[in-house]
Design a binder for this molecule. Structure first.
Ligand SMILES: [Fe+2]
Length: 347
């Protein structure tokens, strides 16, 4: 598929002629369209949380959350600058809500995840219910649900936003609207969705149209407990350590239809075997220190740093202390489209 087509004056004249009719020759571009392996402009990269944090506090003095609607610094992949993408299919940003601030209620087609980095006690309201957020919590805003954020504490609150913006853009399916109010009406007590859906029990006649998990806050205390209990029993996976995926209790599928989310424990001293997959993945270590080798680059990480592994790049992880990594990718979509492929490097 990858052979250069020779140029001749006759061929060049023909291309110019058809160009005026909005036609072009496949044989000149086929090698770039159908590649023998994934070939992405997405590049490996790591953002230090400390640097982002100080820029965000500076932004906090420049613009209020209300005026900005969302005060976010976008993590732009160095190979995809100007496109608001961290991978070709996903968006990521770091959001700051200062004490006393509100990010006003709106809704949109794009699904969002929050992964809490710093601060405790600020809330996100989704569909009439508020949840208070703590570091390491994974919070979901399903497609077209009203959501607003507020911080009644005395500390700034930082979290990672992950959205399927590039996917929705690709399908030209974006709808969005503001509520016209800072805060949506609260119709259900805090913890209501967790009580109904978070204990291996489901409402007996519950019918849900949405493919997103009805549990919209997966608290870190529970995730950490699950990892800690499993480490005593389970054998470590050579590539992943001990890795769990967040699931929708109603369907057993991923917690979100467009974004797969994972939590993994790498014990102190663990060195993973190499692994590659077609789902470019964003990692957010929440505990511990270590390093990851991505392709031919090595990135040292600590808590709250953020890094991205592009599609089909070999990756290995090393942990200097017990480390917990949150991560997300477009795996649910690739699996549904029969595109997902992984390679465990002959381990
Ligand atoms: Fe939003």
């Amino acid at each position: 598929m990858d052979h250069a087509i020779q140029k001749t004056p006759e061929r060049e004249a023909f291309y110019r002629k058809i160009d005026g009719e909005n036609l072009s020759a496949l044989w000149n571009v086929m090698g770039d369209l159908i590649t023998p392996q994934p070939k992405s402009p997405c590049r490996p990269h790591l953002w230090r949380f400390d640097a982002i944090r100080s820029f965000m506090l500076e932004a906090g003095k420049l613009i209020t959350a209300k005026e900005a609607e969302r005060r976010v610094l976008i993590l732009e992949n160095p190979g995809l600058r100007g496109q608001s993408k961290i991978t070709t299919s996903l968006y990521a940003g770091v959001q700051l809500v200062m004490p006393g601030e509100v990010a006003p209620a709106h809704r949109h087609t794009q699904s969002a995840l929050r992964f809490i980095l710093e601060g405790r006690g600020a809330y996100t309201a989704v569909d009439g219910e508020r949840t208070v957020m703590e570091p390491g919590d994974f919070v979901i805003t399903p497609s077209m649900t009203w959501h607003d954020h507020g911080n009644d504490t005395s500390e700034p609150m930082f979290w990672l936003d992950g959205l399927d913006i590039p996917m929705v853009q690709f399908f030209d399916a974006s709808f969005a609207e503001g509520l016209g109010e800072d805060q949506q009406p609260i119709t259900r007590p805090s913890g209501d969705s967790y009580a109904r859906y978070g204990h291996n029990l489901l409402p007996v006649d519950g019918k849900r149209a949405s493919q997103t998990s009805p549990v919209f806050n997966y608290p870190y205390t529970r995730t950490r407990e699950a990892l800690e209990s499993a480490r005593k029993m389970d054998e470590w996976d050579a590539c992943h350590g001990l890795k769990l995926r967040y699931s929708n209790p109603v369907t057993g599928d991923f917690a979100m239809p467009t974004i797969g989310t994972f939590a993994q424990l790498l014990p102190k001293g663990f060195k993973s075997a190499r692994y590659r997959a077609t789902d470019a993945t964003v990692f957010a270590p929440i505990e511990g220190r270590g390093r990851s080798r991505i392709g031919d680059q090595t990135f040292e990480w600590g808590p709250r740093d953020l890094f991205v592994v592009p599609s089909w790049h070999w990756v290995t992880h090393e942990a200097d202390e017990d480390a917990v990594l949150f991560s997300f990718s477009d795996r649910p979509v690739q699996q549904k489209l029969d595109l997902f492929r992984e390679d465990r490097g002959n381990v």
